[in-house]
Every structure is written in C-alpha cells, then in structure tokens.
Design a protein around this ligand. Structure first.
Ligand SMILES: NC(=O)c1ccc[n+]([C@@H]2O[C@H](COP(=O)([O-])OP(=O)(O)OC[C@H]3O[C@@H](n4cnc5c(N)ncnc54)[C@H](O)[C@@H]3O)[C@@H](O)[C@H]2O)c1
Ligand SMILES: O=c1ccn([C@@H]2O[C@H](COP(=O)(O)OP(=O)(O)O[C@H]3O[C@H](CO)[C@@H](O)[C@H](O)[C@H]3O)[C@@H](O)[C@H]2O)c(=O)[nH]1
Length: 472
C-alpha cells in the first residue's frame, strides 16, 4: 500500500519505518526541513533501539522523506497524521497542529482518488468529528475522504518492538471502507505473519500472541488512548504514594510489589516507585483527559490526585537530598540520567531535568551524564557554568559530594560502584529509580537513599554509631 505519514517525530518516524518494514511504501513528511534533510542523509535524529537498522534497510526504497505534503499525499491511499498535540496552559490538548495539517491536506485531496485520513496523534474524544468539519469547511466534499482514529501505544525506548508486536491495534471508524483498509495495512501484525529483522522481546505476562484488533467508534478509540495513559500514570502515582507509606512504617516497596503483583489481577508492571512519571505523554494526556471530563461536567478528581502525587514525589526526593546533605548551597553533585526514562534521548517533561533545575536554583553545581540525552538536555539550561556535562558516568562522579541517579538506563545497572566510590568526595548515593540492591550498596560502603525502602549507612558508620552510643 502507498502511505503518507505527516509528522516525522518520535511516533511518525517509528511508525513509518515499521510500516515500511511490514511491506508498505511510505513517504514521511515534516515541515522541519532540517529534520528531513538529516533523515534523507541517513543521520540519526532520535535515539531509539532498532530504528537505525530499519531506516538503513528501507531508506530510499520503501521509505522516503519530503517536506512536500503535496508529493506525499497525492499518491497515497492512507494518510496518517502524527503531529504533536502539546498541552495548552489550561491543560487541554492543543490540536492546532492537526488543524493546520488538515487545511494543507484539503488542498491536496480533491480529484486524486479516495483517501483515508488516519489520526495517529493522541487527541481528545470528539476530535475526529471536528476534523471532518475542518476538511468540509476547507472545500473537501465528505464523499472524497474516509476518516479513522488509530491511536498509538508505543513507548519511547522500546518503540520499534512495541509497534511491531503490539498488544492491540485500535481502529475507530464509522466507515467500513476505512476500517477494511487499515485492517489490511496491519494484517502482518494481527495475523502474526511478520517475521522480519526485529524479533519480539519477551515481557513478563506476555502471551506472545499476535496483536488483537479492536474496531470501534472514533470517540471510543480516542478515549481508549487517554484512559490507557491516565490509568498507567495512576499506577505510577499509586505506587509512589504507597512507597511513601512504606518508608514511614519501615516496609520495603520493592518486596511489596512482588507480593502485591503476584496476584494476577494486579501484576507487577508499571509499579516501579521513583521520582515520578514524565515524558511528552503522561503529564499532557492526564491533564487533557481531566479537561475533557471537566468540560463535559464529569467528576474526575482522581486525576488531580494522580498529578498532585506526581508533583510531590519530585519535591520529596529533593527534600531527602537536602536533609541528608544538610545544606545544598555550594554542593557539587553528580547526576546520572537526564532523559525522562532510560532508552531515549527525549527530555520533554523529564523529572530528572526538573530536579536538576531545582538543585541549580538551590546553589549546587552539577556534573551530569546521560548516555543519549545530553545534547537535548543542554538546551534546557542557561549556559552559566553551574552545570557541566561529563563524558562518562565515572567522570561525573569525580570529586562530587554525592551521586544522584535520576533515569533508569540499563547501563547504570552494571556500573562499577567501587570505582565510583573512590572518585566521590563522600560515598553518598541517592537512587531516584530504585535501581540497586541496598545490601550491596551497604557492603560497598555507601550511604544509600532510595524510594520506599530503608535508608542505608555503611557498616563501619553503623559500628561507629553503635560504639559511641555504648560509650554514652
Ligand atoms: N512520543 C510518544 O511516545 C508517543 C506515543 C504515542 C502517541 N504519541 C502522540 O503522537 C503525537 C506525536 O508525538 P511525537 O512525540 O511524535 O511528537 P514530535 O514532536 O516528536 O513530532 C511531531 C512532528 O510533527 C512535525 N509537524 C508539526 N506540524 C507539521 C505540519 N504541519 N506538517 C508536517 N509536519 C509537522 C514536527 O516538526 C515534528 O517533527 C502526539 O499527539 C503524541 O501525544 C506520542
Ligand atoms: O513503573 C513505572 C513505569 C513508568 N514510570 C515513568 O513513567 C513515565 C512514562 O514511562 P513509559 O510509559 O514507559 O514511557 P512513554 O514513552 O511515555 O510511554 C507512555 O506514553 C506513550 C505516549 O502516549 C504511550 O504510547 C505508551 O503506551 C505509554 O506507556 C517515565 O517517566 C517512567 O520513568 C515509572 O516511574 N514507573
């Protein structure tokens, strides 16, 4: 099939590369000429596992890049829209990028055969109907196009495998033709016949069965996306609130999750306590759903609480650092991780960036390292010499008063913490992602602070404390 993908960001680019991988001819459009130039030249524009391999395999063959909507839309049967829907100040989703695209598409579709427009961007319920009216207002007869909603559920960091091996594919459409076209487009994934160069990464509780196809009304499809993200964000806030109680009563949140998650109705996934959720999706989608509910007069204060807990989680971590170090002014801190999660270079709404901003504000100097996000992170900070970027995790630790781990990068799991201890001025480790085993950190001589678990002091420090208590 011939497909156009409008918007070549984290979603559009991954979706386009994967659609090419399952056999379609895809033309990717973006109005950012530098991005298109870089993509055409084979440069990496985002950090995402398996994406370079797919791009190298299909670029110039089944996958092409252009800034011209005209060239992409005219030969395509399906036109996906994957532009951003950032939050407005009110919390509502800003759908103006979609409106602009629809106006541009309107100029292209009359007289060039039937087109199916598919909204992949995350949008509030009711947006499909509004898009239809935008197109009609811009001179496209309703009989000239089909419209469908096809929300995307990929996660950054595992976007390619999430796309190729999804749990479900949701199609929201009121037209049989549009539904049938999308059903055919996704057939390799729903039939399990895709056996390309990217293999499935097994997950706990994974049935390994092909993607389930869910066909429904557009408004339901749009709600499925918002409700899924809000539910996942709620799980994260729930476990963070539980973690705080664990600390207060001397329980261990990691062991609790094993106990609680062994109930198959609950499961252990998305119950990792830490410094709160971030990224370009959860924060904006929770507030967008909240705004939809409020607009329709529906009580959904639960979502306010999800957001409040998330905000407080970050503040609580900052308090912990302040309490343990006594005073932050003039402290030199090493920070590992700036991306909003491991596996990506994306720093949008990153809790790590927000924490670093607060620490700088309190008068710390920061030495930071992230395996992929330093270039994007640099743009978030005014160049004032208070933050520097190191070339490795070990370089970050040199002469620092404490080390803070703020992103769950896999490579942070295997660092040599004996070496890091020898580089730090003081062996103090704040683990904002519960990556390490407290007993191991105690053996290595660290003062170790994590989330929802006991605080650890090195064995020698404990022994000294006990003997001074005995002497008293
Ligand atoms: N990032 C994710 O993990 C993820 C996952 C699922 C769904 N989503 C949703 O997908 C949508 C896109 O998210 P993203 O993270 O890919 O955003 P992004 O900002 O990375 O990419 C959007 C792209 O659209 C381009 N664009 C904007 N206006 C355009 C126009 N008129 N013509 C052509 N290109 C245009 C931008 O230049 C940009 O490259 C959002 O609605 C988001 O909520 C994102
Ligand atoms: O147990 C957990 C799981 C996640 N997080 C945090 O939650 C945020 C979001 O993580 P994740 O969901 O893995 O990444 P995203 O790429 O933002 O993906 C979410 O948002 C996308 C955009 O809508 C959806 O497509 C995905 O299904 C949805 O998981 C990150 O800051 C994580 O660190 C936790 O703190 N604890």
């Amino acid at each position: 099939m011939n497909i156009a993908m409008i918007g070549s960001g984290y979603v559009g680019l991954v979706a386009a590369a994967c659609l090419a991988e399952i056999g379609h001819n895809v033309i990717c459009v973006d109005n950012d000429a530098r991005k298109i130039e870089a993509l055409s030249a084979g440069s990496e524009v985002i950090h995402e596992e398996f994406l370079p391999e797919l791009l190298a395999r299909h670029r110039g063959r089944r996958l092409k890049f252009t800034t011209s909507l005209h060239h992409a839309v005219r030969p395509s049967e399906i036109v996906f829209i994957a532009v951003g829907t950032p939050p407005c100040e009110s919390g509502e989703a800003d759908v103006s990028f979609i409106e602009n695209v629809c106006r541009d598409i309107a100029a292209e579709i009359n007289g060039h055969g039937p087109k199916t427009l598919v909204v992949k961007s995350t949008v509030p319920a009711g947006t499909s109907d509004w898009i239809r009216s935008v197109l009609v207002r811009n001179g496209v007869p309703a009989s000239n196009f089909e419209l469908a909603s096809n929300p995307e559920f990929l996660r950054e960091g595992s976007a390619v495998t999430d796309f190729l091996y999804p749990d479900r594919i949701v199609i929201g459409s009121s037209s049989a033709t549009g539904t049938e076209l999308l059903r055919r487009a996704y057939l390799p994934l729903t039939s399990g016949s895709y056996h390309g160069c990217v293999s499935r990464v097994p997950q706990p509780d994974d049935s390994c069965s092909p993607a389930k196809l869910i066909v429904t009304k557009p408004a339901t499809a749009e709600m499925i996306k918002h409700a899924s993200n809000a539910f996942l964000a709620m799980k994260v806030s729930f476990i963070n609130a539980v973690a705080n109680v664990c600390e207060a009563v001397g329980a261990d949140v990691e062991e609790l999750v094993q106990g609680m998650g062994s109930d198959r109705r609950i499961g252990t996934r998305f119950l990792k306590a830490g410094i709160g959720y971030g990224g370009s999706c959860f924060p904006k989608d929770v507030s967008a759903l909240r705004a939809v509910a409020e607009d329709r007069g529906c009580d959904f204060q639960l979502l306010d609480e999800v957001m409040r807990i998330n905000e407080n989680q970050r503040k609580a971590f900052l308090h912990r650092v302040r309490d343990a170090l006594g005073n932050l002014k003039g402290k030199r801190l090493a920070v590992l991780g700036l991306a909003f999660k491991g596996g990506t270079d994306d720093v949008r709404e990153s809790p790590a960036i927000a924490l670093v901003q607060s620490l700088l504000h309190e008068g710390c100097t920061i030495q930071a390292y992230d395996p992929a996000a330093m270039e994007r992170a640099r743009e978030e900070f005014a160049p004032n010499g208070k933050i520097t970027f190191a070339s490795s995790a070990y370089e970050t630790a040199r002469n620092a008063d404490a080390l803070l781990v703020l992103t769950d990068w896999e490579e942070f799991l295997t660092l040599d913490f004996a070496r890091i201890r020898s580089l730090l001025r003081q062996p103090i480790l704040f683990d904002g992602r519960n990556l390490y085993n407290p007993d191991r950190m105690q053996d290595l001589g660290y003062f170790y602070f994590s989330v929802g678990r006991r605080e650890i002091a090195p064995l020698q420090a404990k022994a000294a404390e006990a003997s001074s208590e005995d002497a008293a």
